[in-house]
Design a binder for this molecule. Structure first.
Ligand code: UD1
Length: 376
């Protein structure tokens, strides 16, 4: 059986790593059918710190091909990927295509495959922010609706799909063809699999860290591309950093925008550093006292490491963390962020990892993929 896996952006390398390992395990045990996985990197992320370092750290094999698409407007970037992925899929003729998450690489991979009538399996299906100004929300919606197999990380994700009419079964009673079916499976979160597996490989950082610090990341387009919003977020950071230092591995987009908008970040309590690798991020998560972020993945990773989190957005796809009390939605207003900091700074987290499965989502996914009944 041949699977083409499409990745391109940082979070996808992390999600694909445990699934690729589960595929290798399946082959090592000699289970049938043997799986050939062909890894395609779109090149959406291309800097060493945004891409290569993840392949090294997570021991992901070199991709079969890097399409080298790079940065550009959403339409341009997605169109370039679509064109190149179609070419690769036509040559490879896989039985199935695997896509992850909600980036432009996800959408391009799903769309190219669906148009070629190759079944698409979407890992991290069903998440919704209900904010269609986010490019990721558009990517999620469209990817889920063209996918044949939808692997959901949470109960809420299954409910979201069901509310949109995406449930297991025939799409149309009158056309019961293989392409007319889809399958929804609750499997748990592959990011929990990654967090548990890589725990013992965590890398100490060669960086002069304060003894007690908050870890923060900002990269969402809706936060970085509006000067007022970025000023407000960094205004809150400057105030908070007078009480607890903040360490910020900075995304290239954010660095660029800070410069473009003339926002200077020169407070002794703010420590900006280059983007870090996955294993270094795990180290920072272990050492920090609190996380402030607009990243989806980091909200959960904070929880996996037993740290409270303030989300610098108005909504989140990971609503169970807000219900659980470990995540506070602060938005981007300077005063609201500061208030959230005061509420959350000493919050003790009762970790209930079960919210995200049992750390075996990847194995479950491979098992389900091996059962041809799941998608044909
Ligand atoms: C993308 C995903 C987002 C994900 C994030 C993780 C979409 C719509 N967004 O956002 O969901 O959370 O990846 O980082 O797909 N850049 C570099 N070097 C790189 C990559 C990017 O300098 O290696 C800069 C470029 O200026 C680029 C900008 O960052 O224009 C944005 O990169 P892009 O891949 O378009 O989106 P992200 O913001 O990273």
């Amino acid at each position: 059986m041949k699977i083409v896996t499409i990745v391109g952006a940082r979070p996808q390398f992390i999600k694909a790593a445990p699934v690729s390992r589960a595929i290798k395990e399946h082959n090592r045990r000699g289970e049938k059918p043997h799986i050939v996985e062909v890894l395609v990197h779109t090149g959406q992320h291309y800097d060493n710190e945004m891409s290569a370092v993840f392949f090294r750290d997570l021991r992901i094999p070199e991709p079969y091909v890097n399409l080298g698409v790079g940065s550009g407007s959403h339409g341009w970037q997605t169109a370039q990927m679509l064109m190149h992925i179609e070419r690769v899929l036509t040559a490879q003729t896989p039985d199935l295509v695997l896509v992850y998450g909600d980036t432009n690489s996800t959408l391009a991979g799903a769309l190219a495959s669906a148009k070629l009538q190759i079944p698409v399996a979407h890992i991290e299906a069903g998440l919704r922010s209900f904010n269609r100004r986010m490019p990721e929300e558009i990517n999620r919606l469209l990817t889920d609706h063209v996918s044949t197999i939808l692997f959901c990380p949470t109960n809420k994700a299954v409910d979201n799909l069901s509310a949109e009419g995406v449930v297991s079964g025939f799409l149309n009673q009158s056309s019961q063809s293989p392409q007319g079916r889809r399958f929804v499976h609750l499997v748990g979160d592959v990011m929990l699999d990654a967090a548990l597996y890589y725990k013992e490989f965590v890398k100490e950082m060669d960086f002069d860290l304060p003894g007690h610090f908050i870890l923060s990341t900002i990269h969402r387009q809706e936060n970085t591309d509006k000067p007022d919003q970025l000023v407000s977020i960094f205004g809150a950071f400057m105030k908070i950093s007078q009480e607890i230092p903040i360490v910020i591995p900075i995304h290239p987009r954010t660095r660029k925008k800070l410069k473009e908008f003339g926002i200077t970040v020169s407070t002794p309590g703010l420590h900006l550093m280059e983007p870090v690798s996955y294993l270094e991020m795990c180290y920072l998560l272990e050492k920090c006292v609190l996380v402030m972020t607009d990243s989806g993945g980091l909200q959960k990773e904070a929880f996996f490491h037993g740290k409270p989190c303030i989300t610098l957005r108005d909504e989140t796809e990971w609503v169970e963390l807000v219900d659980h009390g470990s995540n506070a939605l602060a938005g981007t207003d300077e005063n609201d962020i500061y208030e959230a900091f005061r509420r959350m700074r000493n919050r003790k987290i009762k970790c209930n990892l079960g919210l995200y499965g049992d750390g075996k989502a990847s194995e479950r996914i491979v098992e389900l993929l091996m059962n041809k009944e799941s998608f044909s």
